[in-house]
Design a protein around this ligand. Structure first.
Ligand SMILES: [Fe+2]
Ligand SMILES: [Fe+2]
Length: 474
């Protein structure tokens, strides 16, 4: 499964043996580069960046680090090794051999799943395109760029599937993935969270912590797919995704470290005092968390969904860690609790589990998210700060599903429209919070130097020192 870098498009799928596909992808490649130049990371053409590139799909030592100009990054097609005897683990086809091709009856649904996943990848690059101009350090700048090129590669991963297995429809979808634009009024990205702005680095760290983690759960569910090429593609994407979430988790940790330090130095927890010292006060961090968390859990879709049931029963999309679960993996006749609003009050009801699989995945995501928030709180605890960050109630600020119509406090109390209006500024970032955070965003790119609002990381990338020259500006 070595990756062939002699090809115009690096790959481990024997692309050279499939001339039609190779031609289609080579035609798409310049459009991808145009897209990168137009809406990819701003002002980066001449910089050499210390980037990781996949050299094999072996989990041990799969990547290689070197200086590359980003637009020359070797985006390619890498699938995890296959197993010709792999069996489908769940749904109505459980126990049958996994598919190497797309069954006609599942074609439309599979295409939709792949397009929806594929659309998020370039979207995040677009959302993050200005952040390089305000990086808090050269180390952070490099991490941003690493994420950007890998999201670009994730787009390639989905475009490969579309072009190889979906004929002319696939080619059209591959083109459309470069035409929609995050936040565009006429032709936006498919999912809500991917049309929001990522205007500052606190938002970026929250995004990579929460929204890239949505990516992890979606990819993990697709890694169970009966459609084997999708399973193998997403497995390799998960390897790359881990770094994105690391950037978010460690980024917020470092912000908290700095804030706690300033709070202790000034013996104050007054937001105004902390802000005047150039650090980000804890209530603002909590409001950012509330926003990114609630927008991200919407990505899992409606709490009850017949599509989710169809995707599962037909073997297209499994559950997170399907193989570790001890039920029958068919789920007929089983139930799951979802929230509902009855007479203005929140209650629970039991629904068929197959219809609640979006909620099942959302709840798995929530558990994983909460664990990391606990690690953030350790930073505060260690510094002797009594405040703790918390994730808001699942029904807070929702736009999708049964909870969309309800006003809810982060603690989980249903509130009136009037109370919401009065309290919203305590719960979600205000324009003045965002203006304050953005006022801190100056570009710091001297090796080893860090902006005042964030602590340095504990170590550098790939065993390089923290003050390594990660980006050489051309
Ligand atoms: Fe991705
Ligand atoms: Fe990611």
């Amino acid at each position: 499964m070595a990756i062939d870098y002699a090809q115009k498009i690096p790959n481990n799928v024997n692309l050279a043996d499939d001339r039609t596909l190779q031609r289609a992808l080579e035609q798409w490649q310049p459009n991808f580069i145009n897209w990168w130049d137009d809406v990819g990371p701003e002002n980066t053409t001449d910089s050499d960046v210390y980037l990781r590139t996949a050299t094999s799909v072996d989990p041990q030592g799969w990547a290689h680090f070197d200086f590359v100009k980003m637009r020359d990054y070797r985006w390619g097609i890498f699938l995890n090794p296959g197993d010709a005897n792999r069996q489908i683990q769940f749904g109505d086809h459980k126990g049958e051999t996994a598919w190497q091709d797309v069954p006609g009856e599942h074609r439309a649904n599979l295409r939709r799943i792949i397009v929806t996943q594929g659309d998020t990848e370039p979207a995040s690059v677009e959302q993050q395109r200005h952040l390089g101009l305000t990086a808090p350090s050269m180390y952070d700048l490099r991490n941003l760029f690493q994420i950007n090129v890998e999201e670009g590669r994730h787009l390639w991963a989905m475009v490969y599937l579309l072009q190889k297995f979906f004929g002319r429809d696939g080619r059209e979808e591959a083109g459309a993935l470069l035409e929609r634009t995050s936040g565009d009024a006429d032709n936006p990205r498919i999912l809500g969270a991917f049309n929001e702005k990522t205007p500052d680095w606190l938002a970026f760290f929250m995004f990579t912590y929460f929204t890239d983690r949505d990516g992890k759960f979606q990819l993990a569910a697709l890694a169970e797919s009966a459609f084997d090429p999708l399973a193998r593609t997403t497995k390799f994407m998960l390897t790359e995704e881990a770094h994105h979430m690391f950037v978010g988790e460690s980024g917020v940790s470092r912000v908290l470290q700095r804030t706690a330090h300033v709070m202790n130095e000034l013996k104050s927890d007054d937001p105004k005092t902390i802000r005047e010292a150039g650090a980000i006060d804890l209530p603002t961090i909590q409001r950012y968390l509330n926003f990114h968390y609630s927008v991200t859990i919407d990505l899992f879709g409606a709490d009850q969904s017949s599509n989710a049931a169809t995707f599962y029963s037909s073997g297209l999309k499994g559950r997170y860690e399907e193989g570790k679960r001890v039920d029958d993996h068919v789920l007929k006749g089983q139930t799951y609790k979802v929230l509902e609003v009855r007479n203005g009050q929140l209650g629970e009801k039991e629904v068929p589990m197959l219809n609640a699989l979006n909620e099942v995945l959302r709840d798995d995501f929530i558990k994983d998210s909460v664990a990391g928030v606990g690690r953030w709180n350790k930073v505060l605890e260690k510094a002797g700060i009594p405040t703790r960050l918390v994730v808001p109630h699942k029904a807070f600020n929702r736009r999708i599903g049964a909870l969309a119509g309800i006003r809810m406090s982060p603690e989980g109390q249903v509130v009136s429209e009037a109370e919401w209006t009065q309290r919203e500024a305590d719960w979600l970032p205000t324009a003045s919070d965002r203006a304050f955070v953005s006022s801190l965003m100056g570009r710091v790119v001297e090796p080893g130097k860090f902006a005042n609002w964030i602590a340095p990381p504990a170590m550098g990338i790939n065993k390089q020192p923290v003050d390594f020259e990660y980006v050489r500006f051309g």
